[in-house]
Design a protein around this ligand. Structure first.
Ligand SMILES: NC(=O)c1ccc[n+]([C@@H]2O[C@H](COP(=O)([O-])OP(=O)(O)OC[C@H]3O[C@@H](n4cnc5c(N)ncnc54)[C@H](OP(=O)(O)O)[C@@H]3O)[C@@H](O)[C@H]2O)c1
Length: 245
């Protein structure tokens, strides 16, 4: 891994499981200083303890990304502890897929709040720090569903298309701030359990048989972060070789 990662302060949302947890562990192993946010604090505490015991630098704060004030508190915590923020990884997400015809408006609202507003709250919280530093890097976690719509995925894809649009719009206006959209295919995490629709869950389980380990996405994040400041990696799609969607 490049030295360009060592010492960087990386704030990660949704760091209590799956891709966020893998990113925290992998980047800390590459000597980044990681700041973990999520709602399940006991998990965050355990991950921070393990990273620290292995010689890494990590800290955490209970964070619900749907509340701007909590995202601001997470960013402030990073600045207080490490003096700056180099990268924000907007990773927290919910996939509650199922036919749009079922009209599960509560699940739609939760996905919109976490997947779209959560990303916007992260951007709003970190931009003042990035502007003061005149540098920074926003990595938004999209999905293959940022690029395609499949039956059952109308609303989830809608939120992830929005993440793609927001990332590109931010990139165009953000000058020295780097912007990356990382779009995973099937990755072996707790994500499918966000789906309550039985038929969709059955299809998902089949599709996830070839799912890749979460560290696969952490490596893609490390690649984007470790580039020289003048190199902005804008879009990465990583899916299992055999995944058709
Ligand atoms: N796994 C895949 O196949 C796949 C494919 C494409 C895209 N993705 C994307 O990858 C990202 C990470 O998902 P994952 O696969 O790692 O699933 P995961 O294991 O379910 O992780 C989701 C994370 O989001 C956090 N989260 C959920 N709601 C939150 C909230 N309101 N505030 C703060 N944190 C919240 C959860 O932590 P708490 O519950 O502790 O808050 C958890 O740490 C998501 O954006 C997902 O859409 C995953």
């Amino acid at each position: 891994m490049s030295d360009n990662l060592a010492g960087k302060v990386v704030v990660i949302t949704g760091a209590s499981s799956g891709i966020g947890e893998a990113a925290a562990r992998y980047l800390a192993a590459g000597s980044a200083r990681v700041v973990l946010g999520a709602r399940r604090v006991e998990r965050l505490r355990a991950i921070v303890a393990e990273i620290t015991a292995a010689g890494g630098e990590a800290t955490m704060l209970a964070t619900d990304v749907t509340h701007l004030t909590e995202m601001q508190a997470l960013v402030n915590h990073a600045v207080e502890r490490f003096g700056r923020v180099d990268v924000l990884i907007n990773n927290a997400g919910l996939m509650a897929v199922g036919s749009i015809l079922k009209g599960r408006t509560d699940e739609w609202e939760r996905m919109i709040d976490i997947n779209i507003k959560g990303v916007l709250n992260g951007i709003a919280a970190v931009l003042p720090v990035f502007h003061a530093q005149q540098s920074g890097h926003v990595i938004n976690v999209g999905s293959v569903a940022s690029h395609k719509v499949a039956p059952g995925g109308a609303v989830y894809s809608g939120t992830k298309f929005a993440v793609k649009a927001i990332t590109e719009g931010l990139r165009q206006e953000s000058g020295a701030i780097r912007c990356t959209l990382i779009s995973p295919g099937a990755i072996d995490t707790e994500l499918p359990s966000g789906t309550s629709d039985e038929a969709t869950l059955k299809r998902l389980k089949e599709a996830y048989q070839a799912a890749l380990p979460a560290e696969t996405i952490a490596r893609a994040m490390a690649y984007a972060i470790a580039q020289p400041a003048e190199v902005d990696v804008n879009k990465i799609i990583v899916r299992p070789t055999v995944q058709p969607f």
